[in-house]
Write a protein that binds this ligand. Sequence first.
Ligand code: NAP
Length: 282
Amino acid sequence: MVACERYAVIGFPLEHTLSPAIHNSVFSKLDVPAIYEKAVVKKSELEGFCRDETLQGFNVTIPHKEAIVKFLSRLEEDAKISGAVNTVLRTPTGLLGYNTDMQGLLLAIRRLGFDYKDSRIAVIGSGGAAVGVVIKAAMEGAKSITIIARNEGKAEAIRAKAIAAKNVDIQICRLAGLAYAEEKFDILVNATPLGMGRAGDDFQDFSFLKSMTNGALVYDMVYNNWETGLIREAKAQGLVTGNGLSMLVSQALLADGIFLGDRFPEERAGEIFEQVYNEVVK
Ligand code: NAP
């Protein structure tokens, strides 16, 4: 019997990770004897780390979400379709890989009263985060999806992956073209680091917000700054906004559900979300 279970987030770099604060808060609220740490793991150390049996499970962040796949025994559906894993559970039959980012963002969006189903969705970015948004939106029955990217080749690859999961109308355009797009959008997701606060790395202007319908949602996945320029401007235009922290907490709670099994009370997920979100925002 395990006296105190151990979990961790692995990645590199990890100085600013909020994961230990979020998961330890959940464990304490549920009175589970577990600790959650951070472990700096470089690429060359990943395989060896996977053989270390002292952790019951772990979360995976940049740069290992795709590289970890080859060390796992099985993948659940979202991880298999996206090719990216952010949660790993150690079982007697091997390591199971999950992707809770995709469902975590959808839950965060639903908490704001929106849904991918039947929505016209625009996603800025063509990196790992954008892949998960586009594929999940396609699988959930979005009316249309527009990928806004500076790298057309990467956007094309995401479109092909999403269409393989579910046939859906997917357009590709550049940010500057969005203000003139014929289509209006119900949900816009920023899946780039623009707005994180790095000098000179922010949107040049926000004219693309003209392409949103009245009362639409602007969701910024950036989570180290919950009043990004994009969020401020969207609020000023009367749009609904969400910041990446709600996704971060939602995906963490889904991961804790995987780690703890039936010790995680699903009926308390909403209440725990509110408490942990407010703790982290402070
Ligand atoms: P990534 O794989 O590095 O992709 C970043 C994307 O942003 C790429 O498409 C990149 O374009 C684009 N980009 C970067 N700088 C840009 C610029 N100056 N102008 C236009 N496009 C630019 O990163 P990721 O893993 O997808 O993460 C993206 C963001 O989502 C980050 O802020 C991350 O913190 C956030 N995120 C949040 C959560 C959460 O729980 N809230 C979870 C995952 C990620 P190129 O491909 O052309 O370089």
